[in-house]
Ligand binder design. Structure first.
Ligand code: CAA
Length: 259
């Protein structure tokens, strides 16, 4: 497998575990890391053996934000010309397989935004989420103002973004930012179980379900429900639908082939 400078990649059967690995900078997202993350997603998307991805960091930090040291000296012209963050953000947004963020420790700024770009967030009880860019005299730049507001509502999003306060795991779960919280020592094991459950489903149905949930953010209810109906009908074109329903009727476990 390719070696990465800032990522560690492991395979656990059909699950790929990607660890952000810049411990000296609490996994701050610099251009090398973002480039490698885009590259690894290309590899994992093309690999039919991978049915679910888990993105995680260390016990101390999922990621403490965009790399402030790399950004601090940049001019407006450089940020604009390089279109800073757009390419890696698009890569994650158009990743078609399921991707779970497993967050322990800090998920701040771009780190919180990266977690929110995943399909859902599982957190350790040590997790701390925040958008502290206001402390640096800037604003979130990878979707934080938009996604956090959709997750937790205007009041909490304004509070967090304007004061830079962090939300702990319990509050994040109550607010709907996080789907489940586990004891820190069990986060990866529990996340891998969740990922294995998804990896055992029909990969085609998983992709369509992901597309449909994401469509809820970009369409009206009527359009979203119409799209759901069309994709629901189209799922009957796959062998996996026959297998899933036959297995239910025959009282056995389905064996989804992704066809
Ligand atoms: N960028 C670059 N380096 C970072 C970093 C970041 N976002 N966050 C932490 N580091 C580095 C620190 O500079 C330090 O390096 P040195 O040892 O070389 O000094 C190392 O990681 C360890 O950090 P601390 O010593 O600060 O650790 P701590 O436990 O005392 O504090 C922390 C932890 C509260 C997370 C603190 O590091 C912090 O506040 N980090 C910055 C958080 C932040 O502002 N994030 C937003 C960045 S901007 C952004 O993300 C824009 C966007 O939306 C795209």
């Amino acid at each position: 497998m390719t070696d990465y400078q800032t990522l560690l990649l492991e395979r656990v059967e059909a699950v790929a575990l990607v660890r952000l690995n810049r411990p000296e900078a609490l996994n701050a997202l610099n251009s090398v890391l973002l480039g490698e993350l885009s590259a690894v997603l290309d590899v994992l998307e093309a690999d039919d053996g991978v049915r679910c991805v888990v993105l995680t960091g260390s016990d101390r930090a999922f990621a403490a934000g965009a790399d402030i040291k790399e950004m601090s000296g940049k001019s407006y012209a450089e940020m604009f010309k390089e279109d800073f963050f757009t390419a890696p953000a698009r890569r994650i947004e158009r990743f078609r397989k399921p991707i779970i963020a497993a967050v322990a420790g800090y998920a701040l700024g771009g780190g919180c935004e990266l977690a929110m770009m995943c399909d859902f967030i599982l957190a350790a009880d040590t997790a701390k989420f925040g958008q502290p860019e206001i402390n640096l005299g800037v604003a979130p730049g990878i979707g934080g103002t938009q996604r956090l507001t959709r997750f937790v509502g205007k009041s909490k999003a304004m509070d967090m973004i304007l004061t830079a306060r962090m939300m702990d795991a319990a509050e994040a779960e109550r607010a709907g930012l996080v789907s489940r919280v586990f004891p820190a020592g069990a986060l990866i094991e529990e996340t891998l179980k969740v990922a294995a459950k998804i990896a055992g489903q029909s990969p085609l149905a998983v992709m369509m379900n992901k597309e449909l949930v994401n469509a809820a953010y970009d369409t009206t209810l009527t359009q979203g429900v119409a799209l759901e109906r069309r994709l629901f009908h189209s799922l009957f074109a796959f062998d996996d639908q026959k297998e899933g329903m036959d297995a239910f009727v025959e009282k056995r476990k389905p064996d989804f082939k992704g066809s």
